[in-house]
Design a protein around this ligand. Sequence first.
Ligand code: HAM
Length: 432
Amino acid sequence: MRAFKTVRGMRDFLPEEAKMMKYIEGKARKTAELYGYREIITPVVEPYELVAAKAGEEVRARMYAFKDLGGRKVALRPEFTASVARLVATTLRNEPKPLRLFCVGSLYRYDEPQKGRFREFWQSNFELMGSEKTEADAEILLLTNHFMKSVGLKNYAFKIGHVGVLRSILSQEGLAEETQNQVMQLMDKKLHDEALKLVKDAGVSERCLDTLRKLVGLRGDAAAWVLKEMEKLVKDYEKAASAVSNLGEILKFFSESAGEISVTIDAGFARGLEYYTGIIFEVYVPELEIALAGGGRYNKLVELFGGEPTPAVGVAHGIDRMMLALQEQKTNLTAGGEKTVMVIPVNESLNSKALKISEMLRAEGISVETEVMGRKVSKALEDADRRGISHVIIVGEKELKDEAVVLRNMRKKRQSTVKIEKLAEEIRQDSS
Ligand code: HAM
């Protein structure tokens, strides 16, 4: 047989990385609990039409789409939002609002593999359904801030914009939604000149072009100043002006409740996903050029899927990228002296006793690895040392006569004889 490798863009997670991913996932779940989001589990395979509907050209072109054996056009989900909106439009349509839903799992996009960009990746996803209020937008920003902080990330910053500003101007100038989507895609890729050319070719006014050009260059971390400049620029566009004031209100809530946060307001910020109608945002760390999280308001998607008109706002956090950022920042997640115990019988006749002692300790909540290789004590000890085991229990006939074993602290290289009934207590108390 030839030696197999993983498919390009797919990865194995070895124990250390798997542990880190699960650690981050655990913090996401804790965040969900703290903010009242209930977990749902949706299928990896969805109808193509559903996930393609508002995904935007970029994601649509990179979907794992195929016909199943029944001839249905399906796709591996490239994101969660369409699945959650499908549920809210159908099974959950009569649920009282607000509806706070959380999911976590793997997503699939045929992106070009590079640092932090994979074809299979993981998100924790939060959707708040049924409120059009700015408090709801602020909640999504606040829980993202809480989550980032709780995993131990440092120096992360929010980049915030509002699609309502650009789209309202384009609508008032009579640009069809299809063209607007193309403009947004180009802006998302920072191809501003191409975006402006497209707008110009669509026959908009000089005033519009001038406004857009200035908006695209307008960004900064002095929120009040950027907002004032935006207000001035869009004063002739009524809906765009109300989008700016909507953005201002959300930012006020966010900054007043979040404590120390770093925010850049970007007037020309656009995202590839087409369903956004209001605030949009991403989270970055200085160590990586790619976003750790992305989200925003989307008020029309549930309706598009046949549900009641349901304003909504949400976010997805890239778990893989958060892990990468933690690694880049050299955050030590295992700090706190974890204890893992190894139980080694001195000879084969004591195997059963070793298994029994292991079970007894596990029942007390202590992680135990039993020696199952039949190695000599010295060899097993070498292995325990190499793998960072904190305590070893040596089960020998002499001590067993007194219902005792030898307990060795591997880090301090110190050992003593301990009664079996006192073992768990002794291990817990012994600082390693
Ligand atoms: P998104 O910006 O497409 O938004 O993805 C959110 C996050 O998923 C990104 O910021 C990134 O961390 C991670 N991500 C995306 N693509 C990849 C990839 N190829 N490899 C690794 N990580 C990746 C959404 O998915 C929206 N559904 C967010 C949302 C929820 N909006 C409203 N509700």
